[in-house]
Design a binder for this molecule. Structure first.
Ligand SMILES: N[C@@H](CCC(=O)N[C@@H](CS)C(=O)NCC(=O)O)C(=O)O
Length: 214
């Protein structure tokens, strides 16, 4: 089977998971190419031709030869191409994108960086760790308040790319610090999200090795 999309990612990458999650929730089978960050495969000329920033994920749309990078931009592109998860109304679309930009600013950095620090991939001094821990708490508090207020999803009454994007961060929260016991409303949203058709966790979507679409 020839898949329309090829995702280049790494098995531990949160941003690559977001893209794999979007594809799978949209019912799009995709070929997966494992880019070994530990061996520097993301800095080779071949990979830089796909993603000038030298980062995973990169997504190739074989129907038109486009290679796309930056997970938020890729989610936006896939929403456009599939007609799914973009937001039902203009207000929902705007709200979804507000959450995307907020996420990159406030949520992704502390959670991904603390996770990398805990796994020994990045080194921070005590003051930096304390700063990320405070940022992590502030961002999770913000999300908790949103769902505590009775919102079912982040933008409108259906899941959008905002939910996909932020789920792709919060799913790693327990690896970045305490589990989410103190955040029942976030956990409720995660349960709703995990019950969506075709949902798959990071371990299933991003294997350590490359694989063809099935
Ligand atoms: N803003 C980027 C972040 C991507 C990113 O941080 N990727 C990491 C892996 S999780 C990476 O490739 N790191 C290697 C590097 O930056 O050199 C996106 O959303 O795609």
């Amino acid at each position: 089977m020839t898949a329309r999309y090829t995702l280049h990612g790494f098995f531990m990458s949160g941003p690559a998971y977001k893209v794999g999650l979007m594809l799978t929730l949209c019912g799009e089978a995709f070929d997966y190419v494992s880019v070994n960050l530990r061996e520097g495969q993301h800095k080779t000329p071949e990979f830089l031709a796909l993603n000038r920033y030298g980062q995973v994920p990169a997504l190739v749309d074989t129907s038109n030869g486009r290679s796309l990078c930056q997970s938020g931009a890729i989610l936006d592109y896939l929403a456009d191409k599939t007609g799914q998860f973009g937001g039902a109304t203009l207000d929902d679309r705007l709200r979804a994108r507000e959450w995307l930009f907020w996420g990159w600013d406030k949520l992704d950095a502390p959670i991904y960086r603390l996770r990398a620090w805990k796994r020994g991939f990045r080194q921070f001094d005590e003051a930096q760790v304390a700063m990320y821990e405070a940022e992590r708490k502030a961002a999770l508090d913000m999300l908790e308040k949103w769902f505590e207020a009775g919102h079912v999803w982040l933008a409108g009454d259906q899941p959008t790319i905002a939910d996909i994007d932020l789920f792709g961060v919060v799913v790693f929260a327990d690896e970045s610090g305490d589990d989410l016991t103190a955040y029942p409303a976030i956990r409720g949203w995660m349960d709703r999200f995990s019950a969506l058709p075709h949902f798959a966790p990071p371990s299933t979507l991003l294997p350590p090795e490359s694989r063809k679409a099935v």
